[in-house]
Design a protein around this ligand. Sequence first.
Ligand SMILES: CC(C)(COP(=O)(O)OP(=O)(O)OC[C@H]1O[C@@H](n2cnc3c(N)ncnc32)[C@H](O)[C@@H]1OP(=O)(O)O)[C@@H](O)C(=O)NCCC(=O)NCCS
Length: 182
Amino acid sequence: MPTFQVSNLQVDTLTEEQRAAVFQLQVQHCFGDVPGAEIEEDFFTEPVSRVLCYHEDELVGCAGTRVRPIQFEEQTVMLGGISGVCTQRDWRGQGVATQVCTAAMHFLAEAKCDVVFLSTSPMARRLYEKLGFRPVPRFSWENIHGQVKQGDNGMVAPICSREIAERIWQGEHSLHVGRGYW
Ligand SMILES: CC(C)(COP(=O)(O)OP(=O)(O)OC[C@H]1O[C@@H](n2cnc3c(N)ncnc32)[C@H](O)[C@@H]1OP(=O)(O)O)[C@@H](O)C(=O)NCCC(=O)NCCS
């Protein structure tokens, strides 16, 4: 089994080289088919940190983290997020994304997030289930124009509050993740 170096870095500390490697990995290997208009209108917020996974000097996996207070059932909930989970094609199936998401969840625990939200692709669903995520029946976000949009591919896992995760999973009230999707 190869050895990977996984680190979590605040976005404002990333070097130009690291930023370029993330961009290249995401566009070339993972999200090149996402329409530009969707990126501009929905995915317009910056992550708090990026988890980078290197094999020797090659970036083989990455993800972003989010931390955002939201209102859910008239209560302030500290919502964590994981975004842009991506493993280079040649390195898939070797636990890279599992290590990256686990590191992201450790960071979100330190940031005292109650729960962590992400939107899944069909390909990644099993990965997230293994990490404790379960589907969210309904969620919404606000796009760059202030329009509220609905999604059906959201998943949530508990971090500091299993009780809040349970209530979100039940889906009696829609989860609104705020301004900007991830
Ligand atoms: C989804 C993705 C991130 C998985 O990365 P990875 O490094 O291969 O994942 P891991 O090796 O940690 O595998 C974790 C689990 O995912 C599942 N999995 C991994 N590769 C899979 C594949 N090709 N098909 C179906 N399930 C797969 C398995 O259940 C695996 O656990 P197991 O090996 O213990 O059975 C990667 O395939 C990818 O970059 N896909 C394109 C981008 C994408 O869809 N990102 C998710 C956006 S939300």
